[in-house]
Design a protein around this ligand. Structure first.
Ligand code: PLP
Length: 468
């Protein structure tokens, strides 16, 4: 076993030779996989993903019929609060309400139901950091099909254990999703499982397209549907479904600025590898869009925009505060684009955005909220020099109390203040009501103290949330 490969485990007793489940000690079951890292890296795609297949409206309606008993219809709800701040009629398609927390179930169930009897017996394999793995694991369990998922070491622990709970054989391998995929291909060569690409398999794209059918049947006369774009399977399916039902509807894709693979594909006229960096929208960090997805989507997509990390964090915060909805980074990019003013042509229009997933780690959510507050101008970070004597600190807290700011963090830094041993530099983070209030607090601090320096993210610059 390579160092990057952690375990293979399943908690479900399932059919076929991949059954490692055991009812008494299933939770402790860990099987070491026999494939070594010395084997050549397999990079080719599954045959269905290298052909440039255009998914049709008929594929999607067939997928809707096929999956209707296993996938519940998700709500499409008008948001009064967001509509009024955005100056348009905004409808939210709540895909995060599906059993495993994302739209990926639609494609996964469709692909599993399309397997032949023989294929069902050998089972399926996929590489995924989260939502596709969860969807396959759950529906594989429902349909009694053995599912193996290869997840990169960066996959959230919670998602890894959920996949195991749902009965999948989970192999944690590789630093990136690309490495996990190479490994899955090696396993497939030996075991003969069917590889199911999470964004480019035609049956996956057709399944995702059922969202478009639902949207058009739930609200009439929609002007635009805003769709998150990663590998582009979702936008491809939704575009085919929606444009067939209403040719006037605009399809707008949104990518994370930290991985602009669709934009790069548009420039090159074909899928090419784009730079990909860690993003709050982890599900969208796919360096190369799928070929089938691209040839299906490209003639139908009207516009693509990209959003910053700061806009994503702010959209997560707005959905929690205004809609009481917890949505992951990849699922909020449509709202992020609207809030960031990237789609001014939609003012006064009837717009749907797909909230495609809600699987966000609690720790990441905490970080997002803090960054969202900062991006919203509701956190102010500064250093100030006060007397290092009784009453010194009081002079600062009194000013803050009077200005209505609430202290979140405070730290004394004596060692670096060399010029005055009777003074201390205090590093402080305070919470304010809004960006106007932040400006007021800044003015008061500047008036009351000679040495104040403002730092952090309240300057509204676009790159303040971007790391390496
Ligand atoms: C929550 C969420 N939204 C959007 C996407 C993007 O879908 P696609 O890769 O089909 O473009 C993903 C992909 O994993 C996702 O998990």
């Amino acid at each position: 076993m390579s160092e990057a490969e952690i375990s293979v485990g399943s908690k479900r007793k399932s059919r076929g030779s991949n059954n490692h489940g055991n009812s008494s000690n299933a939770t402790n079951h860990v099987k070491r996989h026999s494939i070594s890292l010395n084997q050549p890296v397999v990079t080719e795609l599954a045959p269905e993903c290298s052909a440039g297949i255009r998914v049709t409206f008929r594929d999607i309606t067939a997928a809707a019929y096929r999956t209707k008993s296993g996938i519940q219809k998700t709500p499409l709800v008008k948001s009064g609060a967001l509509s009024s701040i955005l100056g348009l009629e905004l409808y939210l398609k709540k895909e995060y309400e599906l059993r495993t927390g994302s739209f990926k179930e639609r494609g996964a169930r469709n692909a599993l139901l399309k397997l032949s009897e023989e294929e069902r017996k050998v089972g399926v394999i996929a590489a995924s950091a989260g939502n596709h793995a969860l969807a396959l694991a759950y529906h594989g369990g429902q349909l009694d099909i053995t599912v193996t998922v290869v997840m990169p070491v960066v996959a959230p622990i919670m998602k890894i254990s959920q996949c195991q709970e749902m009965g999948a054989n989970v192999i944690v391998h590789g630093a990136t999703i690309a490495e996990a995929k190479d490994h899955a291909m090696i396993i497939k060569e030996k075991g003969g499982q069917i590889y199911i690409n999470g964004y480019d398999h035609p049956d996956i794209i057709a399944g995702q397209g059922t969202i478009g059918l639902e949207i058009c049947s739930q609200v009439e006369d929609i002007d635009a549907i805003i769709v998150p774009v990663g590998g582009a399977g979702l936008i491809a399916g939704v575009a085919v479904a929606a444009k067939n039902m209403n040719p006037d509807v605009k399809i707008i894709g949104v990518e994370a600025m930290r991985c602009m693979s669709y934009t790069e594909a548009l420039k090159a006229g074909k899928p090419v590898r784009a730079a990909s960096h860690v993003s709050l929208a982890d599900g969208l960090a796919v360096p190369t869009v799928g070929l089938n997805a691209f040839v299906t989507a490209q003639p139908l997509v009207d516009k693509i925009v990209t959003v910053s990390e700061k806009a994503i964090a702010l959209a997560i915060l707005r959905l929690i505060e205004m809609e009481k909805a917890v949505v992951e980074g990849s699922g909020v990019v449509g709202l992020a684009a609207l809030l960031d003013g990237l789609l001014p042509e939609l003012k006064g229009k009837k717009v749907v955005t797909i909230l495609c997933g809600g699987n966000i780690d609690t720790t990441v959510l905490g970080r997002c909220l803090e960054r969202g507050l900062a991006a919203d101008g509701r956190l102010l970070s500064f250093t100030v020099v006060v007397k290092d004597a009784p009453g010194g600190m009081n002079s600062l807290t009194q000013v803050l109390t009077e200005s209505g700011a609430s202290i979140k963090d405070i730290l004394h830094e004596r060692a670096w203040l060399l010029e005055d041993v009777f003074a201390v530099r205090v590093r402080c983070m305070v919470e304010t009501r809004n960006s106007d209030h932040t400006e007021k607090v800044k003015n008061i601090l500047s008036r009351k103290f000679r040495h104040v320096e403002f730092i952090g993210m309240s300057d509204h610059s676009t790159d303040t949330l971007q790391g390496p």
